[in-house]
Design a protein around this ligand. Structure first.
Ligand SMILES: [Fe+2]
Length: 92
């Protein structure tokens, strides 16, 4: 997430979740491979951005498959909504 320009990560503007799906060739529907909740964004009793603890929108997942297909990744920003990226997976 934010490969070229880092996405803001503040109490007011942050990524809340990331989901990974895989659609195997020849299948009609994708499977959800993983879902990550990013739950802390600097909030504390002292106010926004004061806890010094911020979930980072950098996650990794692994899975096995015998088929090629398409990996879909979505990330949800609390301001801008859903962002999507795809990558083809080739099994040889
Ligand atoms: Fe955003």
């Amino acid at each position: 997430m934010g490969k070229e320009i880092a996405h803001p990560n503040t109490a007011e503007h942050h990524i809340q979740s990331i989901e990974v799906y895989f659609l195997a060739e020849g299948e009609k529907f994708p499977f959800q491979v993983a879902r990550f909740e990013l739950n802390t964004h600097g909030e504390s009793t002292q106010g926004p951005n004061t806890s010094t603890v911020f979930s980072e929108p950098n996650v990794a997942v692994s899975f096995k498959t015998e088929k090629s297909g398409t990996i879909y990744v979505t990330s949800y920003c609390n301001i801008h909504g859903i962002w999507k990226n795809t990558k083809e997976l080739k099994v040889e």
